[in-house]
Design a protein around this ligand. Structure first.
Ligand SMILES: *[C@@H]1O[C@H](CO)[C@@H](O)[C@H](O)[C@H]1NC(C)=O
Ligand SMILES: *[C@@H]1O[C@H](CO)[C@@H](O)[C@H](O)[C@H]1NC(C)=O
Ligand SMILES: *[C@@H]1O[C@H](CO)[C@@H](O)[C@H](O)[C@H]1NC(C)=O
Ligand SMILES: *[C@@H]1O[C@H](CO)[C@@H](O)[C@H](O)[C@H]1NC(C)=O
Ligand SMILES: *[C@@H]1O[C@H](CO)[C@@H](O)[C@H](O)[C@H]1NC(C)=O
Ligand SMILES: *[C@@H]1O[C@H](CO)[C@@H](O)[C@H](O)[C@H]1NC(C)=O
Length: 417
C-alpha cells in the first residue's frame, strides 16, 4: 500500500544520516565482547506488526483512555516527562521490545535491504544495547498505540489491547483477555473492510498473518487467589485460568495468527504491595526478603503456562509459539540488586509510609500525600505493583537475550514473510 510506505519513510535526509551515525556508533559499541548477540529483527520489506494482550505490565495508556483518568505526575517523569497512562516513571518492558523490533526493521528497510545477512546479524546485537538509548525519538517511531486511545494513535504497526487490572477470569468483564481478543477481531474485521472499500486500513491481511501476537497476563488472577486461599488451593485453581489463555491463542490461531509470544508472570512475592500486608511473623520470607508462598505460586503458574505453550506448539505445527519465563528475570532484580545499582529493591519509589516498603494501599502513588524518591533508577518498584523504567530496561534486555525463552528461536523468525 502506497500510503503505508509513505508513512514508513517520514524522515528527512538529515534525520536519516544522523540516525545512521547513531546506528553505526551503536554497532561499534555493540561489538564489545560483553554484549550478547541476540535480539529481534525483521527482514527488509516485511512490515513488523505487533498485537499485545495483557494487564498493566504492558498497558501503554489503554485504561487511562477507557476511564478518562487524568493520570498525574510523577508518572512518566523519567522518560516521557509527562504522564502517558503507563503505570511507571517511564517506559514499560513492551516499549523496549517494540523499539527493538521496529527500530531494527525500520533501519533495515531504509538502508540495509541490499546488504548481506551478516549486517543483519550485527544489527541483532543492537537490541539489548538499544534499551539504553532513546531510539523512539531518534528513529521517529512511535510506541505501540493503545486500542482505546482515540487521539494521536497510529495503528499501522499494530495495536495494544492490554488494560491495567485485566485478568483472564471472569471472562466476560471489562477488560478480560477474552474481551481483548474480541476487540482484536473487531479491529481486524474493520481494518480489512476499509481496505476492501479502497480506503486506508491500518493493517492488511498479510500484516495480520505475519504479525506477532504477545500475551502477558495472569498476575492479577494469581494475586487475587493468593489473597484468600492457601498455596495448594491456589494451584488447584490454575486450570481455568490456563484454559482462558489457551482459548485466546486458539481463537487467534483459528483466525489466522501464527506467531505467538507468551510471557510468564513475575516475582509476585517481592512486590511491596504484597510485602506490606500485615503478617504474623517473618517465617515466609526468603533470604532476599520476598514472600516464599507468592513466589512459589508464580513459579508454579509459569511452569503450567510453559507446558501449555509446549502442548499448543505440538498441536499448531505451522505456528511459532515462544514462551518466556519472566520470573527468574524479575527475581534477579532483587537477588542481584547491587549488580544493577538498586539500593532499596523492596521499597517503592513512589508511595507512602516510609521504610521498609513505603507502600500503603489507601495512599497510592497518585495520591497527593504520596512521597516520591529523587532517583528512580535506584529502585526496582515504582509504586508497589509496577516496576521502574530502570528495572523494565533490565527485564527487556533479559527477554531479548532469549536465555529465558523456549524455544530459543532467533527472534527474526517471527516476522519473516
Ligand atoms: C516524524 O514523523 C512525523 C509523522 O509521522 C513527521 O511529521 C515528522 O516530520 C517526522 N520527524 C522527523 C524528524 O523526521
Ligand atoms: C475467528 O475465531 C472465531 C472464534 O474461534 C470463529 O468463530 C470465527 O469463525 C473465526 N473467524 C475466521 C475468519 O476464522
Ligand atoms: C509463623 O506463622 C505461621 C502462620 O502464619 C505459623 O505456622 C508458624 O508457626 C509461625 N512461626 C513462629 C516461629 O511463630
Ligand atoms: C545473579 O547474577 C549471577 C551472574 O549474572 C547469575 O549467575 C545468578 O543466577 C543471578 N542470581 C539470580 C537469583 O538470578
Ligand atoms: C495507611 O496510612 C493511613 C494514614 O496515615 C494509616 O491510618 C493506616 O494505618 C496506613 N495503613 C497501613 C496498612 O499502614
Ligand atoms: C494528607 O496531607 C494533608 C496535608 O497536606 C493532611 O491534612 C492529611 O491528613 C493527609 N492525609 C493522610 C491520609 O495522611
Amino acid at each position: 500500500m502506497a500510503m503505508d510506505r509513505a508513512r514508513r519513510h517520514p524522515m528527512s535526509a538529515a534525520a536519516r544520516s544522523s540516525a545512521f551515525l547513531t546506528l553505526w556508533s551503536a554497532v561499534v559499541v555493540a561489538l564489545a565482547p560483553t554484549v550478547s548477540a541476540a535480539g529481534f529483527s525483521c527482514r527488509g520489506g516485511a512490515r513488523a506488526v505487533v498485537f499485545n494482550f495483557g494487564d498493566s505490565n504492558s498497558d501503554t495508556g489503554g485504561m487511562a483512555a477507557a476511564m478518562g483518568w487524568r493520570i498525574r505526575p510523577p508518572e512518566g517523569r523519567a522518560f516521557f516527562h509527562h504522564p502517558t497512562g503507563r503505570f511507571c516513571d517511564g517506559r514499560l518492558t513492551i516499549d523496549f521490545l517494540f523499539v527493538c523490533i521496529f527500530g531494527i526493521s525500520y533501519l533495515y528497510d531504509l538502508y540495509m535491504s541490499s546488504l548481506v545477512d551478516i549486517v543483519v546479524g550485527l544489527l541483532l546485537i543492537l537490541c539489548p544495547w538499544m534499551t539504553k538509548m532513546h531510539p523512539g525519538e531518534s528513529l521517529n517511531i512511535s510506541y505501540l498505540s493503545p486500542y482505546l486511545k482515540a487521539l494521536g494513535s497510529d495503528y499501522s504497526n499494530g495495536a495494544n489491547f492490554a488494560i491495567a487490572g485485566s485478568a483472564t477470569l471472569p471472562r466476560d468483564v471489562l477488560f478480560s483477555l477474552h474481551i481483548q481478543v474480541q476487540q482484536f477481531l473487531f479491529f481486524r474485521d474493520r481494518s480489512l473492510e476499509l481496505i476492501s472499500q479502497g480506503l486506508p486500513g491500518p493493517v492488511d491481511a498479510e500484516g495480520f498473518r505475519n504479525a506477532l501476537y504477545m500475551i502477558d497476563i495472569g498476575q492479577n488472577d494469581v494475586n487475587a487467589l493468593l489473597s484468600y486461599l492457601s498455596y495448594d488451593q491456589v494451584v488447584a485453581r490454575f486450570p481455568p485460568i490456563l484454559a482462558e489463555i489457551k482459548d485466546a491463542i486458539q481463537t487467534l490461531y483459528d483466525n489466522g495468527s501464527r506467531n505467538f509470544w507468551v510471557h510468564g508472570t513475575g516475582a509476585l512475592g517481592c512486590l511491596p504491595q504484597k510485602l506490606s500486608i500485615p503478617r504474623k511473623n517473618d517465617s515466609d520470607l526468603d533470604s532476599n526478603g520476598c514472600l516464599k508462598t507468592y513466589n512459589r505460586a508464580a513459579v508454579a503458574f509459569n511452569t503450567a503456562l510453559g507446558s501449555l505453550c509446549d502442548q499448543l506448539s505440538v498441536q499448531m505445527k505451522d505456528a511459532t509459539i515462544v514462551y518466556t519465563d519472566l520470573f527468574p528475570l524479575k527475581y534477579d532484580l532483587i537477588a542481584n540488586r547491587t549488580k544493577y545499582g538498586f539500593d532499596k529493591p523492596l521499597m517503592t519509589c513512589c508511595g507512602y509510609g516510609g521504610p521498609p516498603y513505603n507502600y500503603n494501599i489507601t495512599i497510592s502513588c497518585q495520591s497527593k500525600n504520596a512521597s516520591v524518591c529523587d532517583d528512580g533508577s535506584k529502585f526496582v518498584s515504582w509504586d508497589g505493583v509496577h516496576l521502574t523504567e530502570a528495572a523494565n530496561a533490565i527485564v527487556a534486555k533479559g527477554i531479548l537475550s532469549s536465555d529465558y525463552s523456549r524455544p530459543k528461536i532467533k527472534f527474526d523468525q517471527f516476522c519473516k514473510v
